[in-house]
Design a protein around this ligand. Sequence first.
Ligand code: HEM
Length: 512
Amino acid sequence: MALNALDWLACSSFIFVLGVIGHHLRQQNRTHSLPPGPPQKPLIGNYLDVPKAEPWKTFSQWGKLYGDLVYVEVLGNKLLILNDMESMRELLEKRSQKYSDRPSFVMAKYMGIENNLSFAPYGPDWRRGRKLVHGNVNQEAVQKYHSLQENVAARFLRDLVEYPSEVMKHLHMATAQIIASITYGFSIDTPSNAYFDEFAETERIVLKSVVPGAYLVDMIPLLWYLPSWVPFNSIQRTAERGRQRVSDIVHHPMEQVEQDMKQGASSASFVSDHLRESGSDKVIRQQLPWVAWSIYEAGNDTTSGTMLVFMHAMACFPEVQTRMREEIHRVVGTDRLPSFDDRGRLPYINAAIKEVYRWKPNTPFGAPRKLQDADVYRGYHIPKGTTVMPNIWLLSRDQDSGIDPEAFSPERFLDTHVKKTAIDPYSYAFGFGRRMCPGRFLADNSVFMLVTSIVATMRISKPKDSHGMEKPFDPPYIPEGLASFPYPFEVDIEPVSDKAVAVVKGRATSID
Ligand code: HEM
């Protein structure tokens, strides 16, 4: 059918209007351009610009070149780096409705790791799990773990007195005992719980699977569909092995608790309490093993890693260690070990704990988020699906106090010593908004108790050779992935006095 003149007119007007709308939309997009960032190469984007080791340092240099918001693309994956506190607060807290999802990874998903609260998509399962955890580790609830934490610290000191060269093992065991006891009710008397090694092994799989680029299939998801007979293709086999391991570590400790409960031998714990309360609630029962594992998984290495940073700092900054010890001995005395009741009277210790979180932050670029809907911020367009990373490491390098950020100096947090105190690490070390670490009060209490107990009774120093000469000392840190803390390292430990040894032994015997 031929068009008449009127139809032509209507048609061309319609096309003109579409054209105007299209132009307008393009204009809008142009006014909301992407945030600045290093120039991208075709196809691979900034793949070669993002180093695997300590990327947070490169992100910080980009901050100087491009500003507080830096946008990069890696093989089609969009990344936004936040380099200032204001943008972290605005996006991750005020706009948390959009910024509380986590990036998804092919391998992690297949292995079941996305059932873990820390890596779960933002949605009803995550919300339900988070509520369960919150009930057990909120600021008030954690007080019920004080005596457990004090007992573990006393046993830890006794182990140090008896086998000082095994300090790293004792430290890992102490943090594992706290979290395993709270989560599953496993007794702290168990010298080496059968599950601890399995937990540690699975943790390596987990941490690898949530790092962008660790598995090629996460960058090129189509690889998943390669048949398993294709030479060198081990994707499905690796995924299956990981899935089995994760499933074992999630379900075996649960089965143990259920068995103990049947025999009337289980202690109160997160798992046993919820098993009793949930009755026949199928949804909770199904989710409980995963939430329990989330607590152990998120709470163990972070706490022991923080303690390793503390040991590193103490060996390098003996004068700070001495000032800490002087305060404890002045306030607590030398006849007993410190307790939680002392905390409010130990300002220098509290500043030193802040300094541990700041000096070498555990999660230098936080735990990444995924933007659920496109957003506009500071005039920039942020596309849907962008992975957003708060550069916590850069915040920790602030120069506000005038004290060198590389020095371990609790003074930077004391207004009696500096005109302007440094940014408070509690405002960034445990994350932001709805996904902020729910275990922060528990973690901070464990760190306080272990730190004060060690400093009160033990002297930590750089390792020495058989002639009493200091050995070279520069513990390497995990350079890539989400978490950064030292690998186990050698350090010298000796009791500060015979009296300290007697106090430690007396206190540990009272628990036996
Ligand atoms: C010093 C020790 C710890 C540090 C530095 C730490 C730090 C963090 C950080 C940075 C996050 C990510 C928050 C975000 O996305 O903004 C996080 C999440 C989490 N933490 Fe901790 N944490 C520690 C100890 C613990 C402990 C003891 C528990 C045990 C309850 C725990 C449980 C969790 C859980 C379950 C999440 C995931 C939260 C979610 O995605 O909704 N953490 N932690």
